[in-house]
Design a protein around this ligand. Structure first.
Ligand code: GUN
Length: 295
């Protein structure tokens, strides 16, 4: 029985962070320190953890960060006012509004209210459009951009490869498909985007040289859905009941890790695969935003 090689996101993210230190130092020599503003609404526990990790990494590489927390009941106009202030603040180069937002706030209005040149999450319609057009001056969403970086740095060939993306969300699935179908190095793949209405998902998956699971269904990808030797990327973060754990729950991915490990050629661990890359790409986008202002 074979065992898949693990694609270590922590190691690759650390390489990226080391590369960024040089760019941050070059900016510092010109008296510019990249600034990143986080905005959280309410006290969603997962969002607190994610923003906390991003803040810590920002500090480590010399990005100044500030977190703005608004109460769960805040109005959409209060949030838009805060964004207008951050848009106007020259020491803020990047703005990240952590999703999900409370139901009474329209996410698409919020994302469209961040200046495109400060939209380091890549969710503004201008940046989404630039991604579709293959225009490199935009910002790409951090998770799919980080997955592409994982593939490139792990020397997984994408040119002409069959890629199957599971999930059509705006944060991962759709931009992932858009990135990998571009005529560009580290892309140029034949991409199939599967979703809840796809007939016979397993048959699509079995054709994939690269299978990217981002639909948020615990351990959906089983061993019999994976082509032997394929590269499997697990984006899922699902909390499931586990009476054996002290908290009563545990986190699992969208891939049945142990079973798939005996079929896949390469596989991301979860945690320790995609997550650290999302954070690293946010840092990269923020440093780029500061460089763009600096000229
Ligand atoms: N929620 C889940 N993923 C993300 C992300 O990449 N950025 C933001 N802002 N919110 C998220």
């Amino acid at each position: 029985m074979t065992t898949a090689t693990l694609i270590d996101g922590r190691v690759i993210a650390a390489q990226l962070q080391t590369e960024l230190l040089g760019r941050v130092a070059a900016l510092a020599a010109r008296d510019i320190r990249p600034g990143l503003a986080f905005v959280r609404v309410g006290e969603d526990p997962a969002s607190r953890v994610y923003v906390g990790r991003k803040e810590k990494m920002a500090t480590q590489i010399g990005i100044t960060s500030a977190t703005h927390v608004l109460p769960e009941a805040t109005s959409e106009s209060n949030l838009l006012e805060l964004l207008a202030e951050l848009n106007a603040n020259p020491s803020v180069h990047g703005i990240l509004v952590q999703a999900p937002l409370p139901k009474h706030i329209r996410q698409e209005i919020v994302f469209a209210s961040v200046l495109p040149q400060k939209d380091v999450d890549g969710f503004h319609p201008v940046n989404v459009g630039k991604l579709m057009l293959g225009d490199p001056t935009g910002f790409q969403p951090c998770t799919p951009a980080g997955i592409r970086e994982l593939l490139v740095r792990s020397r997984v060939p994408t040119d002409g490869a069959e890629v199957v993306v599971l999930g059509r969300g705006n944060i991962v699935g759709k931009p992932m498909a858009a990135i990998l179908c571009q005529k560009a190095p580290g892309a140029n793949a034949t991409v199939t985007l599967c979703h809840s209405a796809t007939r016979d998902i397993a048959a699509h998956c079995r054709r994939a040289d690269i299978l990217i699971a981002a639909m948020g269904v615990p351990e959906f990808v089983q061993a019999d859905m994976v082509k032997p030797g394929a590269t499997v990327i697990d984006v899922g973060v699902n909390r499931i009941a586990d009476p054996a754990s002290p908290s009563g729950t545990r986190l699992v991915g969208d891939v049945a890790f142990a079973a798939v490990q005996s079929v896949a050629g390469r596989l991301t661990p979860n945690p320790g695969g995609v997550g650290p890359m999302t954070i690293a790409m946010l840092m990269l986008n923020t440093v780029r935003a500061a460089e763009m202002v600096a000229g």
